[in-house]
Structure formats: structure tokens, C-alpha cells
Design a protein around this ligand. Structure first.
Ligand code: T4K
Length: 378
């Protein structure tokens, strides 16, 4: 990396001009409602439900608390089938609820739970499936829902990556009992920190809203052991402003993704998994697979990128099931998760975000092209 070249991170949050946010702050300062379901909170819930094409949304202070509350709201206990190929929050939300995660392998094309392997993992203790739409790529929702119906299981999608993804003509978030979003700084749509639960009926939303506010239904009545998961007015106001620019941001991501595809197609040993059929992608991540016919290993290429100031990430390596709190579980054995293991060992997520410039992309692709001649450090 030359001295004038800045590092390129896997992502950079899209931010509006600061002046545009000032009027929102002024309103908060004027009315002094900072949290607990204020006007911006209510507006953002409605605006997001409209934008995403879903019935109900409950905002949260982050995606992890939303996942934990989603499990509480459906009274999930015992064992839950989930993917090892995800961010740790997926399985941590289960452990924090005293639920045992049962890891099932992923399918080759989707990076998501392989429905063909789910049934074998169901036991009398299984109460739910928590699949992940990894990188925003749709799970095989039809197959998962059929299994859930046959066995009387709930389905909670970890849709942290799936903001704005459409599948077969509808929002991907309409599938399952609940879907959970993250609005973290690194996500397609961010409110600094934030998250949400999507549901399809008013009663469930009411219950979730009680749970995220300590279980209060009025000043003197607590109906459940709830938690504090509320989004603040600053985050909600920021979300409203962000929503104005989201379509442009998604378009820019699409252009970045197309450019990578065109340029990387010529490099042997680098595979770009195709976008899912029937889906309008959000290009939240751009995973490449470093295959055995590429001259360097994944980790050597990853290092070469770092040395050139390109801070790509190996999402999702290590697998969740390899972390200490999970690795002794029988379902965590690598032999049970061959495909997830293979992907975790081969994947690199390249930088992708709306402001990523063509020259920066050229620089990234050039490193991948030239790294072929880099000698492996001993
Ligand atoms: N489920 C799934 C499937 C998830 O992927 C996640 C979160 C969750 C659930 C939980 O949702 P939240 O509770 O987070 O709402 C990041 C994010 O922290 C995490 O939200 C995300 N998944 C995960 C995939 O990625 P790190 O540890 O890799 O982030 P970090 O801090 O290294 O940031 C990555 C890069 O982004 C930095 O190198 C620079 C850039 N960046 C980051 C931040 C925080 C910025 O430019 N500005 C920033 O403010 O986990």
C-alpha cells in the first residue's frame, strides 16, 4: 500500500450529510422525548413496514436483543436447529435463553441450512428452527416451512443480512413465524445500532412490544419478565433519514457487485457464487471462494490483501460451532458439518458498500490477480 492510499474496509456505513440530521435532532431537543416509543420510533416502524412490504415491525436497540426477544416471545425452549455458518449472535441468542443450539450443515448453493439434513436433527426436545439468510441469500423457505409444519416447530429467521431482499415477488421477511433484522453500522440499512422483529399479526407485535419494555403493559402492570430492548429516538430519527437514501444505496451496491463479477470472472480459482434465483438481492456482502486451483491458500490471499491495505473479512470463519462454548456439542463436530467447514475455509468477503469507488475495486481485483505470484510465507 502506498502512503497516500487509505485502507479499504469490508464496509463503510452510508451517512447522510450532517446538516440533514440537524432538524431531526432539533425536534428531539424541542420535545424532550428521548426514548420509550416516541414519535420518531412510531414513524420509523410504519415507514419500514411500508418500505419492506411487511405487516408489523418492532424496533430494537440491536439485532441480538431482537433475536433473544423473538425466542422469548414464542416461548421457545429445549433445542433449536440452526446454522453454524453465521455470526456468533445467532447461537448466542439461544444460549442466553437457556436453549441448546443444534447445528445442521449448510447447502452448497445457498450458504444456508440444508433442509435435507434438518429432519435427522429433530428430537423430542426440538421446538424451533432458526435459519439464517446468510449474506441476504434466501433460505429454502418452502422446504423449511414444510418441515416445521410437519413437526409442529416454530421458525424464526435470522434475517440480519436480509434487509430489502425480495423473493419470488414478496419480501423475504414475510416467511416464518418471525424474522429478525439488524441495523448495525455495518449493515445495508443502519441506525448506528439497531434491529427489529418482523411479524404478521397485531397480537404478536403487542406481545413483543411489551417484552422489549420490561413486560409493562401500563404504568402498574407487568405481564412478563421483559427486557429493555427499545430503540432510542435518535436512532429512530436517523433511520427515517437513512430510509430516504436506501434505494440509491442498494443500486450502488448492485453496481459494485456486478463490477466484481465481471472482473473476477477472468481469474481462475476464484469463484463468485451466483445470486440466488428468484430473488432481488441486496448485495450486503460479496463472498468469493478461493478454490484449490487458485495458486494461494485462502489465508495467504487474505494476508496479501491486508498487506495491500484491503481489510476483507473471512465471514464466517471460524464456524460458530468451533467456538469454545459450542465445540463440545455433538452437533458441532466438523464431520457433521462438512460443507459449512469447507466454506469457512475458503471464503473471503470482499469490501462492498455504496461509496466504494471503481478505482478501489480495481485495486482489490489487481491484488487478487497478482497475488498469484506472491510467495507463500513460511
Ligand atoms: N445475526 C447475524 C447473522 C449477524 O450477522 C449479526 C451481526 C447479528 C445477528 C447481530 O446483530 P447486531 O446485534 O450486531 O445488530 C460485525 C457487526 O458488528 C455485526 O453487527 C455483524 N453481524 C457482523 C457480521 O459483523 P465485526 O466484529 O466483524 O465488526 P467490525 O467492528 O470489525 O466492523 C467491520 C468493519 O466495518 C470495520 O473493519 C470497519 C467498518 N466499520 C465498522 C463499524 C462498527 C465502520 O466503518 N464503522 C463502524 O462504525 O462484526
Amino acid at each position: 500500500m502506498s502512503r497516500e492510499e487509505k485502507p479499504i474496509y469490508i464496509t463503510q456505513p452510508t451517512l447522510p450529510a450532517l446538516e440533514e440530521f440537524m432538524p431531526y435532532l432539533q425536534q428531539i431537543w424541542d420535545n424532550k422525548i428521548l426514548t420509550n416509543g416516541g414519535p420518531f420510533h412510531r414513524q420509523l416502524e410504519q415507514a419500514l413496514a411500508d418500505y419492506l412490504g411487511v405487516k408489523y415491525i418492532s424496533l430494537f436497540s440491536n439485532g441480538t436483543l431482537a433475536l433473544m426477544t423473538a425466542l422469548q416471545s414464542l416461548r421457545i425452549t429445549g433445542e433449536v436447529i440452526t446454522s453454524p455458518y453465521s455470526f456468533v449472535a445467532t447461537a448466542h441468542s439461544l444460549l442466553w435463553n437457556g436453549i441448546k443450539p443444534v447445528f445442521v450443515d449448510i447447502a452448497p448453493q445457498t450458504f444456508n441450512l440444508d433442509p435435507a439434513k434438518i429432519e435427522a436433527a429433530i428430537t423430542p426436545q426440538t421446538t424451533a428452527i432458526m435459519p439464517v439468510h446468510c449474506y441476504g441469500r434466501p433460505c429454502d423457505v418452502a422446504a423449511i416451512e414444510e418441515i416445521a409444519a410437519n413437526y409442529g416447530l416454530k421458525v424464526i429467521y435470522d434475517a440480519a443480512h436480509a434487509f430489502g431482499v425480495n423473493y419470488q415477488g414478496n419480501s423475504l421477511l414475510t416467511h416464518g413465524d418471525l424474522s429478525v433484522l439488524s441495523f448495525h453500522a455495518t449493515k445495508v440499512f443502519n441506525t448506528f445500532e439497531g434491529g427489529a422483529i418482523v411479524c404478521s399479526d397485531a397480537k404478536t407485535k403487542r406481545h413483543i412490544d411489551h417484552l422489549k419494555n420490561f413486560g409493562f403493559i401500563d404504568e402498574v402492570t407487568v405481564v412478563a419478565a421483559g427486557i429493555n430492548g427499545k430503540m432510542s429516538e435518535i436512532n429512530a430519527a436517523f433511520g427515517l433519514l437513512q430510509l430516504k437514501n436506501i434505494d440509491a444505496a442498494l443500486d450502488q451496491r448492485t453496481q459494485v457487485a456486478h463490477r466484481y463479477r465481471e472482473q473476477l470472472a477472468a481469474i481462475a480459482g476464484i469463484d463468485c457464487p451466483p445470486d440466488a434465483p428468484d430473488a432481488v438481492a441486496n448485495h450486503s456482502y460479496f463472498p468469493i471462494l478461493v478454490q484449490p486451483d487458485y495458486p494461494l491458500s485462502r489465508d495467504v490471499l487474505f494476508e496479501a490483501l491486508r498487506q495491500s491495505g484491503i481489510i476483507a473479512r473471512r465471514y464466517f470463519y471460524p464456524l460458530i460451532s468451533d467456538f469454545p462454548m459450542y465445540r463440545n456439542m455433538p452437533s458441532a463436530a466438523r464431520a457433521n458439518l462438512p460443507l459449512a467447514g469447507k466454506m469457512a475455509d475458503r471464503v473471503i468477503c470482499l469490501p462492498i458498500y455504496p461509496e466504494l469507488q471503481a478505482v478501489q475495486q480495481d485495486r482489490i481485483v489487481e491484488v487478487i490477480r497478482l497475488a498469484r505470484s506472491v510467495t507463500t510465507p513460511s
